[in-house]
Design a protein around this ligand. Structure first.
Ligand SMILES: NC(=O)C1=CN([C@@H]2O[C@H](COP(=O)(O)OP(=O)(O)OC[C@H]3O[C@@H](n4cnc5c(N)ncnc54)[C@H](OP(=O)(O)O)[C@@H]3O)[C@@H](O)[C@H]2O)C=CC1
Ligand SMILES: Nc1nc(=O)c2c([nH]1)NC[C@@H]1CN(c3ccc(C(=O)N[C@@H](CCC(=O)O)C(=O)O)cc3)C=[N+]21
Length: 306
């Protein structure tokens, strides 16, 4: 059975379309009022998963009416040069949001870069000041993939209060923020990582299982509780049997879908919602900037008039 005709598949496309339609309306109004939204993507070096993401950012930003610009830097660039480029973007009033694609090469400290992005332009919520907000249950601008994964879980209609949730992977950008978002919703959260003694023993207890590791087919049917919801966040490039490159997640979807009640396809699950939330976050950032601008200069001054 294909993902299009099986209700066990939690599809991201319709959710993403809903979000993008709302962003498109907001963006048109903001533009008419003299505040055109603009998103800048910073890529350092080459990574397959980043290429897929940036390609979709460009396409969906265009659809939503958000200007999009990719700045690509060679893997040999220094951290200082990158920081200088980020400071330039912080100071540019035409730039609404900045996203730094991960991973960056090992010689560049990612935390320093994330801290260099002005918190008002931090559309991923990865600045230390921004990520702190989700600890305080301020959830309107959360890291995009984490927010997207939780949005898909909501599609099941399961009550998140008291739900047994297990997250496999504890990266700053995916696993940890998912844990905070779900704790805010009242779920009971267990987080597994590479030092966890038995990921399978934890995973089998989960009513909702989130997987963000980056290893194809890590999660097999015998690691999933019958009736569970499985949210597959992995984006891995693989050469398929026909010799062409394809994207697969971290879950062995073929076997797991026989056990789970819901499963997210890859592609077509979390990915499209991640892109939509990045655009929504850009509009949240814009409205925060506008609020500050109007508090400082009043409503008379408009960017377009400059
Ligand atoms: N769909 C989307 O929108 C997005 C998808 N992704 C994809 O999600 C995946 C994860 O991304 P990201 O979080 O950035 O990756 P990281 O490499 O930063 O993190 C991977 C995590 O998995 C843990 N881990 C590694 N091996 C195991 C194991 N055998 N069992 C349990 N845990 C393990 C690591 O633990 P430790 O740190 O202890 O080693 C780490 O916490 C990738 O495939 C990426 O492409 C990422 C962002 C967005
Ligand atoms: N700072 C940062 N934040 C990220 O969120 C981040 C990152 N760096 N680095 C790379 C990973 C990967 N990632 C993807 C998001 C969406 C799709 C996506 O749109 N996927 C679609 C498209 C598939 C296709 O076009 O083939 C799908 O799954 O259906 C893919 C990959 C975000 N990441």
């Amino acid at each position: 059975m294909s993902p299009s005709d099986d209700s066990r598949y939690l599809k991201g496309g319709p959710v993403a379309q809903r979000i993008i339609a709302a962003v498109r309306e907001d963006a048109a109004i903001a533009k008419a009022e003299g505040f055109p939204p603009k998103l800048i993507s910073i890529t350092v070096g080459d990574t397959d998963a980043v290429d897929v993401y940036v390609r979709n950012q460009r396409a969906k930003a265009q659809l939503a009416g958000i200007d999009f610009e990719e700045r690509r830097f060679p893997a040999t660039i220094t951290a200082g040069e990158l920081e200088a480029a980020i400071h330039g973007l912080n100071a540019d009033p035409r730039v609404t949001g900045i996203i730094i694609q991960r991973p960056v090469p090992a010689h560049i400290p990612i935390k320093t870069l994330q801290a260099a992005v002005h918190p008002l332009k931090d559309v991923e919520g990865m600045h230390p000041a921004s990520i702190g907000n989700i600890v305080y249950n301020q959830l309107d601008l959360a890291p995009c993939t984490a927010a997207a994964s939780v949005e898909l879980l909501r599609e099941t209609g399961l009550d998140l209060k008291g739900l047994e949730v297990v997250i496999v992977g504890h990266s700053e950008i995916v696993g940890k923020p998912i844990a905070f978002l779900l704790m805010s919703e009242g779920a009971t959260v267990t987080v597994c990582h590479h030092m966890t003694r038995s990921v399978a023993a934890h995973a089998r207890r989960a009513d909702a299982l989130f997987v963000a590791v980056g290893k194809p087919r890590l999660i097999k049917a015998d690691m999933v509780k019958p009736g569970a919801a499985v949210i597959d966040i992995g984006i891995n490039s693989e050469i398929g049997p026909d010799g062409t490159s394809r994207i697969v997640g971290d879950v062995d979807t073929e076997s797991v879908r026989e056990v789970a009640s819901w499963i997210t396809p890859v592609p077509g699950g979390v990915g499209p919602i991640t892109v939509a939330i990045l655009l929504r976050n850009t509009m949240v950032a814009l409205s925060r900037q506008r609020a500050l601008y109007e508090a400082t200069y009043g409503t008379a001054g408009r960017l377009a008039a400059e």
